[in-house]
Design a protein around this ligand. Structure first.
Ligand SMILES: [Zn+2]
Length: 227
């Protein structure tokens, strides 16, 4: 027990009560030392469904690969589109392949400010109730009813890494950016597949806030464990 004479200092033993942690801090520490993940910064981009691809580029059109992305099968296409919002326009927004069931436009909060829209933070594919946006291509325009999001921070994780870290698909983790400006991301979604390369995806606003660069290494320090 600590000895002191200051009545404002609580006796040490009174600190032994379990702490009531706010839910967003209820993380169980990971014990493995090898919990490092490479960061990839995602610029604004567009995933298209076949119908929207044809409306924008012409019937039967196919995307042309510009370069492979780190996730197997995913690629940046040569094709770009203009995104038109109520207050601004962004040209040259990259289309990513392959095609998807639903068109999804991922921008940063700063882009949203420029366009005059306020999309929510969502996991990829969770588009219900999200705002739409106008896309303009060389052969036409599409007025999306929904699909505009700020992509939630996530980690693609190979099955072997997930087993090593005792993580499962859908788990949420806490990630420490130990850099020029320390920052902790909470509730980062872990997506597990034997087709993934393990890496964390953040958008340009997040990268700027954390002062990190593409390829930097960050650390998973806890697993979300609600009480
Ligand atoms: Zn991703």
């Amino acid at each position: 027990m600590l000895e002191h004479n200051n009545p404002n200092i609580t006796e040490y033993h009174e600190y032994q009560k379990p702490l009531e942690m706010p839910e967003h801090l209820a993380f169980k520490p990971l014990t493995k030392a090898t919990n490092q993940v490479t960061v990839r910064i995602s610029g604004r981009h567009i995933h298209l469904c076949p119908a929207d691809l044809y409306a924008l580029f012409g019937p039967g059109y196919t995307l042309h690969k510009y370069k492979d992305l780190n996730q197997p099968g995913q690629f940046a296409a040569k094709e770009t589109l203009t995104v038109v919002g109520p207050k601004g326009v962004i040209e040259g927004v990259r289309v990513l392949g392959p095609l998807r069931d639903k068109t999804q436009v991922e921008i940063s909060g700063t882009d949203g400010y420029h366009l005059g829209v306020d999309p929510p933070v969502r996991d990829s594919g969770d588009l219900e109730g999200t705002p739409g946006i106008v896309l303009v291509g060389p052969k036409g325009a599409v007025n999306l009813k929904e699909g505009l999001i700020l992509a939630a921070t996530h980690i693609h994780m190979h099955t072997s890494d997930a087993e090593r870290l005792n993580l499962r698909n859908g788990d949420r983790v806490q990630v420490l950016i130990d850099g020029e400006r320390d920052l902790i991301f909470t509730k980062v979604l872990v997506r597990v597949s034997d087709k993934f390369n393990t890496e964390m995806h953040i958008d340009t606003d997040e990268a700027n806030a954390a002062v990190i660069e593409d390829g930097d290494i960050v650390e998973i320090i806890g697993k979300f464990a609600p009480m």
